[in-house]
Design a protein around this ligand. Structure first.
Ligand code: ATP
Ligand code: MG
Length: 299
């Protein structure tokens, strides 16, 4: 088991898609850091929580080896490396602690646009290029399809044009890269997003308390990520028309206005507060509508 430590060390991507959002999310939990000259290590100032900036592929291994305690990494990378460990007869050494709501993409099977896709059986005897051999092999086995997995570390989408494979299994977000290579996505093998990864078991030293504190703040930050505080006034009698327009709100606070039958209402909305919603509320009798950002929340 990893050596005891009195500081928590979190691995995040040094540069790439997850680097900035991971840092921003941790900063929104009240963490701040002093950067070292080599910019690979950031020393935690407000809390004893340090960052190690690495390649995303290294994150699960750093957790498995106890070099880092937690990490922010794509579920695709975490599941692939867990699959590789287990295919090699080793036990799981990390797991997903929280889904973080950014870096969304899917691991999908893509075939040439010209194919008339009829299902996985069509892949029998074909070569499929991927950087996710464990996830693809597990899926093929599940489907009972015998196909050849061709491992490529990058530029998987050009493999069919180069004659290295007939199909591919790769990450897709918009599908633009696939279209540019005359491929189309078919089945999704995994819905992915950035996750907080950690060891299988809880920490048994002071890091456990630090991790708990961080998780509580993280849950608050994730919860209010898209939340807004909505304020408005309305005649009391239109409340029954207004409340159904706030299905994503926590129980609103309703205050009596001085004199008359007016009320002021305050509601924390977890869904998008769009112009259209404001206009609907106004039509239903709300006045003086105001939308405020929420900086923090502790349940
Ligand atoms: P590193 O240098 O750290 O190894 P990388 O090139 O492997 O970087 P990125 O391209 O930055 O990694 O992607 C990191 C993660 O972002 C992916 O593992 C995936 O979880 C997520 N992601 C979201 N959308 C996409 C997409 N369209 N293509 C690839 N990854 C995506
Ligand atoms: Mg990588």
């Amino acid at each position: 088991s990893p050596a005891a430590r009195d500081r928590l060390r979190i691995a995040i991507q040094k540069s790439g898609r997850l680097a900035e959002p991971a840092r921003a999310l941790l900063a929104s939990c009240g963490l701040s850091w002093r950067e070292s000259r080599d910019r690979l290590f950031c020393y935690g100032e407000t809390l004893p929580v340090d960052l190690l900036l690495v390649r995303d592929d290294d994150i699960p291994g750093l957790i498995a080896d106890g070099v880092c305690d937690l990490g922010v990494v794509g579920r695709n990378v975490l599941r692939e490396q867990d699959g590789e460990r287990r295919a090699g007869g080793r036990a799981s050494a990390f797991r997903e602690w929280r889904a973080l709501g950014f870096g969304g993409c899917r691991l999908a099977l893509a075939v040439p646009e010209a194919w008339d896709w009829r299902g996985p059986a069509q892949l029998a005897g074909k070569r499929i290029a991927t950087s996710y051999p464990a996830l693809l092999s597990a899926w093929l086995a599940e489907q009972g399809v015998d196909a050849q997995v061709v491992l490529l570390s990058g530029s998987v989408e050009i493999a069919p044009r180069l004659g290295q494979a007939e199909a591919i299994c790769d990450l897709v977000s918009s599908g633009a890269t696939l279209a540019a290579n005359q491929l189309k996505a078919t089945t999704t093998l995994l819905e992915s997003e950035a996750v907080l990864a950690g060891p299988v078991d809880a920490f048994d030293d002071v890091r456990g308390e630090l991790a708990e504190l961080l998780l509580r703040r993280l849950d608050g930050a994730l919860r209010i990520r898209h939340s807004k505080l909505l304020l408005f006034q309305a005649p009391r009698q239109v409340l029954p028309d207004l409340l159904p327009l706030l299905p994503d709100a926590e129980t609103p606070t309703v205050m009596q206005l001085d004199g008359g039958d007016g009320v002021a209402l305050q509601a924390l909305c977890h869904g998008a507060v769009t112009w259209q919603r404001l206009e609907e509320l106004k039509r239903a009798g709300a006045r003086g509508l105001m939308v405020l950002p929420v900086e923090g929340m502790l349940a």
